[in-house]
Ligand binder design. Structure first.
Ligand SMILES: C[S@@+](CC[C@H](N)C(=O)[O-])C[C@H]1O[C@@H](n2cnc3c(N)ncnc32)[C@H](O)[C@@H]1O
Length: 711
């Protein structure tokens, strides 16, 4: 939703075409035996490939193969390879190294979706001399006519310590006697930890635990490993180490401290508070604990009551890069439920008012692309030749982030894998040999169907330049992307009743109408004005059946074409056109609708009517500005009473919204109305219009603390 699909760049469309052709050619190689013509040198390769499932078999069930046994373009299911890296690895979009098997046959190996160099250096994963086992090895033709091994699924590669029994004897090193103890490995782990190589440290601590530590050693190793887990955000693993470490009086405070950190990371703020309180009671010297307690109590208020300090969130999002914020997720009065042919949907669990907060959700993963100062051609392009899809921006990075998070935190896997994945058939095994199975292609499909493009903040994207008129280039297309699992259960309808806004990696969902309990939430996946998205061939494969789309279908193509023609004529008239001319064109456009806007909203008319209202306001014609402003809102389906100006005198009655209409940044229209009423001396109406504008602003921007600044 709201991602850049590259359709405005002809060079990307041409690239998609070329990729599809390459894919077809690659298929022609399927099953061919390879000829060993490749040199023992680094081969930089580009690949085309089809999705394939991860291995779900235990290593014990797999049969060993050698490189020469492999066939091109086949996934050798039920087989494994053991290879050794024979040159320093290189990192581009994948980690690449030249590997050999025991026959000294040599091939390029590419590992995708691995951690970033800063998190886990390529040298620690596939450094010269390191040995790895590849499950279901896959030999792929490359675009330069050579071949290479490719691993997409994190669970299809097993890195072996050099002394591991599974390493072929000719490569295996025997441990020296002085390295066969827990202390040696613990110290090695500490060294890596000191160098901020946390993953490498975790592996050494894990090795230490295999070397029969004493109870004291075990406690220290587990507590050390728990901090490394905290650093790599594996909070569940950290908690498990702390809770399973043998008790020891000297380490109680440290253990409690780490336990509190792990619980905080897991979002278990109440439990975290209890631990911090225990620390306050027993270790009063620790001054920072009281501060942490205050901090955690704020999280509880956010998590349980949605009481976020939005001003602070806005400040932090504008200062922090990436804008990943430390606030709690609030799941408001909503619950998952069945939504007929649409699958599952999200429903209100109590009556809510327009503007009410429904969700304030932190992204499961968020790939931030700082577009300030970069050109579109510098952005990552993800091409899916299988499904004719191009995306520009952070989607490739998001796949890597989600795959890594799920791999390192298996307890979180279901949050992602339960999301809608269309017709993709995932494997039904979640773990083998104690290792979580991570299907990268399932994740990629889930992301394609559920991710959201997002601005740094909606405030910035809609009010960029400091005024409401100053929207950025295209405020619905974004290069940063994220996965917000709860929000992604909301289905599409052009006749929406909820809206999303962003502050950093938080999505804020609010009602845009008064809703009864049990109402299904609906919002826009795409701008209903985009004709190319409306049919069943949109990216999600559904045809919207809302009142607007149903009415369009029942309207003759000739009338729809007239409406479209008038719309583009009005657009090309621009802001300099005389309001009278615009008004008469709008009158003609009205005739293209069969039903009143209260039944079928007229999205195509709204923006033009607002701009006419603005023109009247700017030319000191407030009465006309009120008329056009109210007409604009009525085009969105609003039914409003008490807002029209009487023929003479002023009105200060009560404005009653009998029915809320669609949300289209309506706060701009309410602002025009408020100013116009003010000019007419209808101060009561002016202040009511301003209050209604505040509600609309809150729904649109996510908060109203910034309302007074931009008003
Ligand atoms: C992001 S998911 C929404 C949650 C999904 N309904 C589920 O069951 O998990 C998007 C998918 O929901 C379904 N969907 C959403 N809006 C729809 C609509 N208006 N009509 C039909 N299907 C819809 C489509 O299958 C779409 O690919």
């Amino acid at each position: 939703m709201d991602i850049d699909n590259g359709s405005s760049m002809p060079e990307l469309m041409a690239m998609l075409k070329r990729r599809k052709e390459n894919l077809r050619q690659g298929e022609a190689n399927r099953g061919k035996k390879i000829e060993f013509t490749a040199p023992r040198a680094v081969i930089i390769a580009k690949f085309q490939f089809q999705p394939y499932p991860p291995s779900t078999k235990s290593l014990g069930e797999l049969k060993k193969k050698m490189i020469k046994d492999l066939h091109m373009e086949l996934h050798h299911e039920g087989a494994f390879l053991v290879v050794r890296s024979i040159a320093p690895p290189t990192r581009l979009t994948s980690i690449m190294a030249i590997v050999e098997d025991e026959n000294q046959d040599v091939v390029l190996l590419q590992l995708y979706n691995q951690e970033k160099e800063t998190e886990y250096p390529a040298d620690e994963i596939l450094g010269d001399g390191m040995v790895v086992m590849l499950k279901n090895p896959y030999l792929k033709t490359t675009s330069d006519g050579t071949y290479g091994l490719r691993v997409d699924h994190l669970s299809d590669i097993v890195c072996l310590a050099r002394h591991d029994d599974r390493v072929p004897s000719k490569w295996r090193i025997n441990l020296r006697d002085d390295t066969k103890n827990a202390l040696y490995w613990k110290n090695l782990g500490n060294r890596f930890f000191g160098d901020t190589q946390y993953r490498a440290a975790i592996e050494r601590y894990t090795e230490a635990l295999k070397h029969c530590p004493t109870e004291d050693e075990e406690r220290i190793i587990k507590l050390n490993r728990s901090i490394a887990f905290l650093k790599t955000e594996q909070f569940k693993a950290a908690l498990s180490d702390i809770e399973s470490a043998p008790n020891g009086p000297n380490l109680v405070e440290k253990a409690l401290d780490r336990k509190a950190q792990a619980l905080y990371g897991l979002g278990k703020y109440r439990e975290c508070c209890h631990v911090l309180e225990e620390m306050c009671e027993n270790f009063t010297k620790n001054a920072s604990v009281q501060q942490r307690l205050t901090h955690t109590i704020k999280r509880i208020k956010e998590q349980e009551r949605g009481l976020h300090d939005f001003a602070r969130m806005q400040r932090e999002a504008s200062d922090k890069r990436p804008p990943h914020l430390d606030f709690a997720t609030y799941i408001g009065p909503v619950a998952l439920g069945p939504s007929g042919s649409k699958g599952r949907g999200l429903f209100t669990t109590k009556a809510v008012k327009a503007g009410d907060l429904l969700l304030c959700e932190k992204a499961f993963a968020h790939a931030f692309v700082d577009t300030d100062g970069i050109h579109t051609q510098d952005l990552t392009v993800l091409i899916d030749a299988q499904r004719d899809l191009i995306t520009v921006g952070g989607q490739a990075e998001l796949i890597r982030l989600v795959a890594q998070k799920v791999y390192q935190n298996p307890s979180m896997a279901a949050t992602v894998t339960d999301l809608h994945h269309g017709s993709y058939q995932p494997v039904d095994v979640s773990e083998v040999d104690g290792i979580p199975i991570v299907d990268t292609f399932l994740i990629s499909r889930i992301i394609a169907l559920n991710c959201f493009g997002c601005p740094l903040t909606t405030l910035d994207s809609k009010t960029g330049g400091g005024s409401w008129g100053g929207s950025r280039i295209n405020e619905r297309i974004h290069h940063s992307v994220g996965l917000w699992p709860m929000a992604s259960y909301i289905n599409h309808s052009c006749d929406s009743n909820a809206t999303r806004a962003f502050i950093g990696d938080f999505m804020i969902v609010r009602a845009t109408r008064d809703l009864d309990s049990g109402t299904e939430l609906k919002w826009w996946y795409y701008d209903p004005g985009q004709d190319n998205k409306k049919g069943a061939d949109n990216h999600w494969g559904f045809q919207c059946d809302c009142v607007i789309c149903t009415d369009d279908q029942a309207t003759s193509p000739q009338i729809l074409a007239d409406r479209k023609r008038l719309k583009s004529a009005l657009k090309s008239e621009g802001s300099a056109a005389k309001p009278g001319k615009i008004e008469s064109m709008l009158e003609k456009m009205k005739l293209t609708y069969r039903k009143p806007p209260s039944e079928v909203p007229r999205l195509d008319m709204y923006n033009i009517q607002v701009s006419v209202a603005i023109r009247y306001l700017e030319t000191n014609q407030p009465t006309k500005a009120v008329e056009r402003g109210l007409e604009a809102l009525s085009s969105l389906g609003f039914i409003i009473e008490g807002a029209t100006m009487p023929q003479c005198g002023t009105s200060n009655g009560t404005v009653l919204i009998k029915r809320w209409g669609l949300d289209c940044d309506n706060f701009k229209c309410w602002q025009v109305l408020s100013n116009a009423y003010y000019m007419l001396g209808a101060f009561g109406l002016a202040s009511q219009a301003e209050n209604l504008g505040r509600i609309s602003y809150k729904a649109c921007i996510g908060e109203d603390v910034s309302f007074d600044v931009f008003r």
